[in-house]
Structures are given as C-alpha cells and as structure tokens.
Unconditional design. Sequence first.
Length: 375
Amino acid sequence: MRVCYFGLYDPDYARNQVIRKGLQVHGAEIVQCRIDQAYGAGQYRALIRRMQATKGRFDALIVAEHNQFVMPLAWLWGQMRRVPVIFDPFTSVYDSDVFDRRVVEPNTVRARRLFWLDRMSMHAAGAILADTGQHKQYFIDTFGVPENRIHVVPVGADQDLYRPQSRVGDRYSPVGSSPSGANGIPPRRGRSLRSRVLFWGNYIPLHGVETILRAAFLLRAHSDICIELIGDGQTYNAVTDLAGEWGLPATTFRPRMPQSQLPAAIAQADICLGIFGDTAKAKRVVPNKVYQALAMGQPVITGDSPALREFFLPGQHLCTVPMADGAALAEVILEMHQERDRRDLVAKAGHQRYLEAFTPERIGERVLDVLDKVL
C-alpha cells in the first residue's frame, strides 16, 4: 500500500509521526506531500507545487492534523486521483480558539468562520480520525458528521524516541547499556530521597498549569519535592508571575526544548504530570505527554476525564485527580513521593498498558483498519 501524507505539518510532531511510523511497520510506503510554513493563498500555491512534484500512484490520501484550511484542495486532489481522503483534524479549530484558548469571542463573525471551516473540512473527508471517543462524539454532535465516518485512533507515542532509560545517580543512559527490570523498565538505581516532579507543554488552558502551581504552593514546606516545568505559551506569563508572588523556591521553569531532548529530561523525573485544565476540551483528550511518560515507564498523575477512562484504569495504569484541584494534586504527589513501591508498580502497569495498545505498531493497525474500510 502507498499512502500520501498531505498538508502543512511538522514531520516531527508526535501525532503524524506515530501514524506514519505505524503504517510503515506494517509495510506501507509513505509519500509526503507537505510544506513547512505558508499562509493564505501562499499555502495553496506551495502545496500545489508539491502536488505537481509528487509522482506515481498512491492508494489513499491522509490529511495531517490541524489542516482544516487545506481540505478543499485535498478533496479535489482525491477526486482527481480517485483515492479516498482521510482527515485527521486532531482538534477542532472552533473549539480550541473559541472555548479552550478563548482567543476568539463566541458568536462573532470569526467564530462562525471557524465553525464552518471545521464543518466543511470534516464533511469533505471520506473518513475522519479522532483521538478519543469523546472527540468523536463532539464531532458528531457539533458538526453533524455521520458516526460511521469517524474512527478512533489514539495518540500513542514513538517507542524509538520515548523508551525507558536507566538511572545511575544523576546520570541516565538508554536501555541496553544497563540491565533492565520487569516489563523492560530499568531499576531506579541510586535515586535520592528527593522527588522530581515534571511537567512539559505549551501552557495552553487545557494544561491547567495554574493547578500545578497551586499544588506546588501547598507542598512548599516539603523541600524534598521539586517541581519542574518545561515550555512556554499562552498562560506562561501569568503562571510565572504567580510563582514569583507566592515565592516557590522548589519550583523551576525551563524553556521549551526540542522533542529530541525531551526523553532525557523525562528520564530524570520521578513523577510526570499530565493535564489539569477545567475546560470541556480537557475532558475530551488524552495528551501526548501522558503517552510519552508511560512509554518511558514513568509514573503519571493527570486529571481524571471520560476520555482518559476510555483507555486507562485510574489507580492502576496511572494516578488521577479531579480537574483543576490543586489540593488533590498536592496530596497525590505527596503520596507518590512517600510510597515509592506503589509508585513503581503504577509505572510498570502503565508501561505495560502502553505496550499493549499505544505503540506505533498498534496505532498503525487501527489506521490500516480505517483504510480497509474506505478502499
């Protein structure tokens, strides 16, 4: 099978990277018809040039995440090539900008344009990928997409990049250089009595970074618990201002880092954090960071949600707290800091769950099932 991956996208972005790798594991050839950055009419001209340079037949066209704007062009190319078009919106631009990030006012001309952009792009596709069943239902209810055209394909994580690493004191090395423990997770050697708690992300509202800061404030007397945040974004200034106001010596902020450097940072953590935002979208997603941490065999605390429970058992595969509840998050961080044997058991169970369902191979199987239905 030959599949064309289409649109304006970063080939290192986790969503399309995992799907492409998953298809390749199962023998599919991937042709990339993509551009890095262009806007408006320039986006279309650049993509048309790439289309003209794409030679040979392909069996299906997959439009990458966040490419609602180019779906008319993808639909036209699919008609010309007589191949099905599968769209992976990943998120709704209408929901993200109007209700989650709140950068567009509801009931404005711009909000209506975003709504119709989502609706048009989804109805132009022969099949749609949704990362959770909750997102699938949102697409059905909000944009009127027929249920049988939407297929759930979780995010997953690339195990070639996010894999367990052994820890010796403050030094880390990939698995293979040191003996591994159960489930392929290396024993945590030389770890101190301190706990390093790690969040990484782009500070969008669904991440709920303010909740992490509230937990840090409640834990400020525990100097053996260090909270580290990597990244920047929409709420970064508000969060750092609050941290300065509260005076949190055990909380540190680090700048955004390339994906290639993230695994080393994750390996240095004792506890990894997911998302805690009190938005409707936060309840519909399971973010990259949860899958990435589980792929590395790290224990995870994240906000409880219907989407999370589609794939994981709270208390077994990971630990959960109510969304936007800083006190509950502080309590669970302290419990995991003190109960290290339990923490390790959760990490092992979470890693095993990742291996069962969320590797590129497993994600590729789901996408192949979709292709079988539309071909």
